[in-house]
Structure formats: structure tokens, C-alpha cells
Design a protein around this ligand. Sequence first.
Ligand SMILES: Cc1ncc(COP(=O)(O)O)c(C=O)c1O
Length: 354
Amino acid sequence: MSRYWSAVVHGLTPYVPGEQPKLANLVKLNTNENPYGPSPKVLDAVRAEAADTLRLYPDPGSDRLRAGIAAYHGVAADQVFVGNGSDEVLAHAFMALLKHGQPILFPDISYSFYPVYCGLYEIAYRQIPLTDTFEIRIDDYLAPNGGVIFPNPNAPTGRLLPLSEIERLLAGNPDSVVVIDEAYIDFGGESAVRLVARYPQLLVVRTLSKSHALAGLRVGYAIGQTHLIEALNRVKDSFNSYPLDRFAQAGALASMEDHAYFESICAKVVATRTRLVAGMEALGFQVLPSAANFIFARHPAQDGAALAAALRERSIIVRHFRNPTRIAPFLRITIGTDSQCDALLVALKAIVNC
Ligand SMILES: Cc1ncc(COP(=O)(O)O)c(C=O)c1O
């Protein structure tokens, strides 16, 4: 607290990112990073940018990258907006498209950055409870609102909605913006990008942090009709005209172009997820169905916080949320390599059986 702070800073409750421990030799399953490295073509492209041209500003419009993203998704380049991680894209979407008179709607158990953006931009919101089985019920969102946002698959539950349900939401909610945050969609869901042409209020937000194994490069993007993209550009150019540096633009483009590579690492993660779920169920865990690169699991006889602490003692880090209390028994576990998941299963077996 300081008397030099503005009133809005006094009122902020900032987001707390998952820990990035400095220790080596940890099995790090706490922030949904990809256990595999990015495409070698990404590394070549980034290295090529380490040149004299770094004295020049990067392209403020990231035109080549946007063209590459557009080509991958079969949309026009002016339907693509890029930002410094999807967190920045989301922040601009809150400011540009979700700040209206009425409260916006999102699930009570969801990405915990959404209420933080609402605090920053002074946006009213209403959190809609997930069902008892941790599902988003679309009927609950067919009420007057200033906008709707949720991840699909949802985080931290991993539960997926079929595209038909997203479409039902759009059809029943024509007057406010619907943001579908597809951070994890490449691990098992169908993207809503193909609905963009038909729904002028749909913005799909995606990231290269998870499926492209590029969390360290900080690149996210949004796809929507041009009037939505223009709103995002107006906010961006009132904030930071150069959100993506030269490394990020070149590396992200190389990654979008090498889709065979990122699809192959996604397939490995999905195969490991199937193995891990089976192994955990054999130990008595209840695991929610996941379409993401993480699972959300609880053990009927164990306390969530105690389990996370016992894993940490064995150098395995997972994510535990104390709030809301309904999810306090659960652990959110990132899918690692097969050997990391084997180490996790060995540790869980020792903890659960003692
Ligand atoms: C649901 C969801 N959306 C967005 C993000 C932000 O991803 P990034 O800023 O790395 O693109 C995350 C990161 O964990 C997430 O879980």
C-alpha cells in the first residue's frame, strides 16, 4: 500500500501465475506447458532474427504472421489479431468488446484471470456455477448479458463442450460478444473458428503456448469478423503498437507453418493423457474427462493440499486451488512425458498407500 498508488491499483487483486521454480530436476506439472520442445524450424527462425536488424522496430502489424495464421485457419488476414500471449489478447478483448453496461458472464470455476481483467477495467461480472459434474450448461448463459467468455475445453476442469453447444450459445445470444478461449482446443476439441463466418459476435482466442510448445515466446491470437478485430487493434494501438518482437513474429510464423510437427506432439500428449488417466484411476482417483493437456483429479480419501505437498516433497509440482472450496480436493496435473507421468504414478502410489 502506498499513498502514491492510484485508486484502481488499491482495488486490484492481481492474478497469481503458477510457480516457475528455479530448482533443476523437478518434475514440473503445474503450468500446462508442453513437455516437448518447439519445432526445430522455430529455433532456426528465431536464431536468424539475432541480427543487426534488431536495431529496427518490428512490424507493428505482424503482417506475415497474421497471414500465416489466416492461411492455417482458412480465414482472411484482417480477421486475425495477434498479441503478446493470449493473456494480452484477452485483456484487450475485455477492454474493447466486453465492457458494456450489463455484467458479463463466465463460469464460477474457470480461468482465474477473467475476474482480474474485470477488476482492472472495472467491468461488472456474474459467475455462473458449473453443474455438479463440473460442466458448463449453455442454458444458463441465455440470459441478458454484457458478453460471455469461457475456455473450451474449460480450465482447470478440462471438460469440453461440443461445437453444437457453442453454436446454440451463439444463436441464443446475438446481441453481445461471445469469446471462446481455445487455449487447449488442439488436445482434443473442435475449434469454433469455423463458426466465425456466420456469427458476427464470435471471437475465438488461441495461444501458441500449449500445443505449439512456445509458452516462452509469448504469442497468442484471436480470430473474428473484421469489426471485432478493428476494436482490438484500436485498443492495441492505444497501449503498445509493438506487442510482438522480431523473435516472436518469426518463431510463431515458423510454428504455424510446421503444423505436422505441432500436431505430432499434441498426439503424444493425448496418448500419455490416456495412460495417465488409466494409471490414476487404478489408484482410486476420480479424474474428470479431459480434452486438454492436463487432468483434474481427486482422491476420495485424500486432502488436495496435502497431496500436492506430499508430491512436492518428492520433487513433483502440480497445481492446487484452494478456492472455490468445491475444487479444493482436486489437483490439476499437466500431462508431461511418459517418464514424468510414470514418476508421478510411482509417487502417488506411495502416498496413497501409506
Ligand atoms: C484458459 C487459458 N487461457 C489463456 C491462457 C494464457 O495463455 P498465454 O498467455 O500463455 O497465451 C491460459 C494459460 O494458462 C489459460 O489457461
